[in-house]
Design a protein around this ligand. Structure first.
Ligand code: AMP
Ligand code: MG
Length: 496
């Protein structure tokens, strides 16, 4: 294979196929990024760099720093902001679009073509009331969580780096600007389809978008009798699988509007997200979500609702509503099957047996009743011993109602015995399904506090630890501890 970037890690010799751009002007507005004064590096992800075929080391040249701060363009980049619409909090919001994300171009990489976006690179025609900027705080959260999700094995957009500047940005208080370089095979959202179905003047544009999506992202659907129905079904399956991933790792997105739903089933647009600490199915991570529309336990239902909105957007192409509903119907089996597979792995069950669902529910009920820490409980469950003498104190002590836990443990022990489970082998398997390290809010908060003082070492350390969340990494065990009392006070809400 030809080298796609030169050895210095600059973008000087990258190739830019720019397929999205070939869609034409109905889909975007070409415009240059707005740079930041005296940019500096904040963070660089070695894992994302490797994915792109770039050196793992942060580049030392000023050109790359300038390009990834929006100050200059590398040859081949064709910046543009795309237009989309969407449903926000269940209500049709009309036209939205890349208000602060700028598509730099599509880069040829060893992992295939990857789109690069700068988030926070200034005003676009879709900025509405916003300033086109992102602050350091939210950029660090997006960067870390993108890379943490990738480490967990959850489909996600990636983050290559953050650059920062002293440029003031007004939020509740004055903060400073930063730019995240995001990476994904595609940033097409459900809302792109909704846009062309509901608001566009050109009916051919919707067909063009569907054809583009099928040909570049879902080529297998082209073989189907009804390619657009096949596309809807494929997106339904990926979304179902993503929801199972989120629920299993205890991830709450916080703003599951249809404009924040990826057509590839990637986690996208990290804002007021959170990982569960104490287990509460009704947990609401977004401080401005007063109704709890996007509460943890509701996420799978919301995704299904969003898929209906996508189907509505595709209806002009599908025509037959039964065919569309038939494609959506896949969700009703794909999601529970995927979730059950994840939960079996979390419990270390190697076989499928009747009653597994109740066994899982039984544990979750105990955890909800006692507000047991979600990540710690599952990680400790790996050490569950089935021998007569095992007191299983590490997991048992997490529960307030020990007798109720013991009753569940008896069922669990019986179930494990039925499949001849070996404690040591099972523990190894469970540790690959139950992360030790997740990006709890308080961990991000400490990194942000230091970064505001100009110390970025905590961002780098977290990025490194969270890239291998299933490994013991005993030297970093403090990062796997219970959250401190002050973690309860952290409030995160929409766009910052
Ligand atoms: P979000 O809730 O972050 O997904 O954003 C919803 C919409 O608002 C998208 O169209 C964003 O591009 C836009 N938006 C959010 N924050 C800003 C900002 N600071 N400046 C311009 N547009 C923004
Ligand atoms: Mg968004």
């Amino acid at each position: 294979m030809n080298a796609v970037v030169d050895a210095t890690g600059s973008f000087a010799s990258a190739q830019w196929p720019n397929r999205f751009q070939s869609l034409g002007p109905a889909f975007f507005t070409p415009l240059p990024p707005q740079g930041m004064p005296d940019p500096h590096w904040v963070a660089w992800s070695p894992e994302c760099a490797r994915l792109l075929g770039l050196p793992a080391e942060r580049p030392g040249d000023a050109d790359t720093l300038a390009a990834l701060s929006g100050n200059t363009l590398a040859t081949g980049m064709n910046p543009l902001a795309s237009v989309y619409s969407g449903h926000q909090f269940g209500v049709w919001a009309g036209q939205l679009g890349d208000g602060r994300a700028l598509w730099l171009g599509e880069m040829a990489t060893p992992a295939g073509p990857m789109e690069l976006q700068l988030k926070g690179a200034g005003l676009t025609p879709y900025s509405r009331m916003g300033d086109g900027r992102a602050v350091l705080r939210s950029s660090i959260r997006e960067f870390l969580c993108s890379e943490a999700m990738a480490g967990l094995g959850v489909p996600t957009t990636r983050a290559l780096c953050i650059t920062g500047s002293r440029l003031p940005v007004r939020r509740e208080e004055v903060e400073t600007a930063a730019v995240v370089t995001r990476v994904a095979p595609s940033f097409i959202r459900f809302g792109h389809f909704e846009h062309f179905a509901h608001t566009a003047e050109d009916p051919a544009a919707l067909q063009q978008l569907a054809d583009f999506t099928i040909d570049t992202l879902y080529p297998a659907c082209r073989e189907a009798a009804q390619p657009v129905v096949a596309l809807l079904e494929a997106v339904t399956e990926r979304t179902a699988s993503l929801m199972a991933d989120w629920q299993a790792v205890g991830f709450c997105h916080g703003v599951m509007n249809t404009d924040n739903m990826s057509i590839l089933g990637l986690t996208i647009d990290y804002g007021p997200f959170g990982f569960l600490d104490a287990f509460d199915p009704g947990h609401i991570c977004n401080h401005s979500d007063h109704q709890g529309r996007y509460a943890y336990a509701r996420q799978p239902h919301v995704a299904f609702w969003n898929l209906h909105a996508l189907a509505q957007g595709l209806m002009p192409l599908i025509g037959d509503s039964d065919a569309a509903l038939g494609a959506l119907e896949r969700y009703k089996t794909a999601f529970p099957d995927a979730l059950m597979a994840r939960m079996r792995a979390k419990l270390g069950l190697a076989t499928r047996q009747e009653g597994d669902h109740q066994l899982v529910e039984g544990l979750l009920e105990r955890m909800a009743a006692d507000r047991t820490d979600y990540t710690i409980a599952f990680r400790r469950l790996a050490g569950f011993g089935t021998t007569a003498g095992a007191d299983n104190a590490a997991i048992r002590d997490l529960f307030i109602d020990r007798e109720a836990f013991d009753a569940w443990a008896t069922r669990y022990r019986g179930r494990l015995a039925e499949e001849g489970s070996d404690d040591t082998e099972r523990a190894l398997r469970m540790n690959r399904a139950n992360p030790k390290y997740v990006l709890r809010n308080h961990l991000a908060e400490v990194a942000i506090r230091d970064a505001r003082q100009g110390n970025f070492s905590e961002v780098e350390r977290l990025c490194q630890i969270l890239a291998r969340p299933y490994d013991e990494q005993p030297e970093w065990s403090a990062y796997a501890d219970f959250p401190p009392a002050w973690a309860n006070q952290i409030e995160v809400s929409c766009s910052s």
